[in-house]
Design a protein around this ligand. Structure first.
Ligand SMILES: *Cc1c(COP(=O)(O)O)cnc(C)c1O
Length: 398
């Protein structure tokens, strides 16, 4: 794979035949699976005239699956972070450390509460935050850390847990892309004080909604009070007292019913995604100038995204053209700079300063082509993906 140079003219981008054309497209992450039991659970909600507590049951099933005491279902994970930080009374003057490479959902709550989002740099190989980089940005105003398991890869949590404990900071895991990924034999989301999962349309579980998990009963009660029960508590004669500014970030019964049906299938989705990604990574390693995702020892993966890193010093094209060429061959992918929050979120203050400092984050993303991973590939599809990458890489080899 490594040596043959393909004439530019053979690239589909230059009018050649696409490796996987429109008649024979590669699978994508959609359609998302719906368990055969889904209609049974949904009908149970309907047949009970909305008295069947599918939400409570989904929470119990999720907590049991993860091996934790409490699970709280909410409408989105974006809202979970907002509700959780509100429950911890984080506000103006406070700082919350988040990964710079993540989704808007990780930071919306911080910004909505008037706190400041602080972005440490990352490990250039994995794109994940580390204890070392987090420590550099801790100040007396720091209140919490949100460690994002980006792409589905779990952060090296042990040193981060030690650091957070040492500095008495709330530590939260953003597990939206990494459900069921393992870290030293523990499930992602069960390592920090709180783990937060998303079930939005593109995630491994796609029933809509989100879940926060934890073992601390007092914290669970506090989150319910602020994030779901709108800061209100029962008062005399069936009235209620609104004691605090609260939110109504609850999940709906229908989504919970779908979640209950789909949850048992999650482990197999993640297992297959790992198997397929490992197969591709093995093949990509033999292509000159291209690297598969870096997976450190002990840090498990759930592969929500897969990415390739092109060493741009080795190719006679920029990443944009390489991505166009991959797309033309039938591998639908895009650049990842979008995920660098201070880069893509133009309304955030001090972003120029952040971008100067986030050297590893920028380097990690600069030569990247990424796409949503899928459990729907066959082994042959994976072999074709590797062939497409080799074809494009060989054509542009400098
Ligand atoms: C999807 C995602 C979110 C937001 O989750 P929603 O349920 O869509 O609000 C947050 N963080 C990461 C890393 C995500 O991938």
């Amino acid at each position: 794979m490594a040596t043959k140079t393909i004439p530019m003219s053979e690239l589909a981008l230059r009018g050649g035949t696409p490796f996987r054309g429109p008649d024979d497209p590669l699978p994508t992450s959609t359609p998302r699976p719906v368990a055969p039991e889904a209609s049974e659970y949904v009908n149970r909600v309907l047949d009970s005239n909305f008295t069947y507590d599918s939400i409570g049951e989904f929470e119990r099933a999720f907590a049991e699956t993860m091996g934790v005491k409490y699970a709280i279902a909410m409408s989105t994970c974006t809202n979970i972070f907002h509700g959780l930080l509100a429950a911890k009374e984080i506000g103006p003057g406070d700082e919350v450390i988040a990964s710079p490479i993540t989704d808007y959902g990780t930071v919306k709550g911080i910004l909505a509460l008037g706190a400041k989002a602080i972005f440490p740099d990352v490990d250039v190989r994995s794109g994940l935050v580390t204890a070392e980089e987090i420590e550099k940005v801790i100040t007396p105003r720091t209140k919490a850390i949100i460690a994002v398991h980006m792409y589905g890869l779990v952060c090296d949590m042990d040193p981060i847990v030690d650091l957070a404990r040492d500095r008495e900071l709330l530590l939260v895991e953003d597990v939206c892309q990494a459900p069921m990924a393992e870290y030293k034999g523990r499930l992602a989301g069960t390592i920090a004080e709180v783990g937060c999962f998303s079930f939005d349309g593109g995630k491994h579980l796609s029933n809509a909604g989100a879940m926060a998990i934890m073992d601390d009963g007092e914290l669970a009660e506090r989150i319910r009070f602020v994030a779901i029960n709108r800061g209100a508590r029962p008062a005399e004669r069936g009235t209620r007292e609104h004691a605090e500014f609260g939110h109504a970030f609850h999940l709906g019964r229908m989504e919970a019913a779908l979640g209950l049906a789909n949850l048992p299938g999650l482990r197999e989705i993640v297992r297959r995604r790992n198997e397929l990604a490992d197969r591709l990574s093995e093949k990509v390693r033999s292509i000159d100038g291209v690297s598969p995702p870096y997976v450190p020892p002990n840090c498990g993966h759930a592969y929500w995204l897969y990415y390739l890193n092109f060493d741009l010093t080795r190719f006679g094209a920029d990443i944009g053209e390489i991505i166009d060429a991959l797309n033309a061959e039938g591998l639908k992918c895009g650049p990842a700079m979008y995920y660098l929050i201070p880069y893509s979120h133009t309304f955030i203050q001090d972003r120029e300063e952040d971008l100067q400092r986030l050297k590893n984050a920028r380097a990690h993303l600069a030569g990247m082509a990424r796409w949503p991973w899928s459990e729907h590939y066959t082994d042959d599809d994976i072999d074709d993906v590797a062939e497409i990458v080799a074809k494009v890489a060989n054509a542009y080899q400098a």
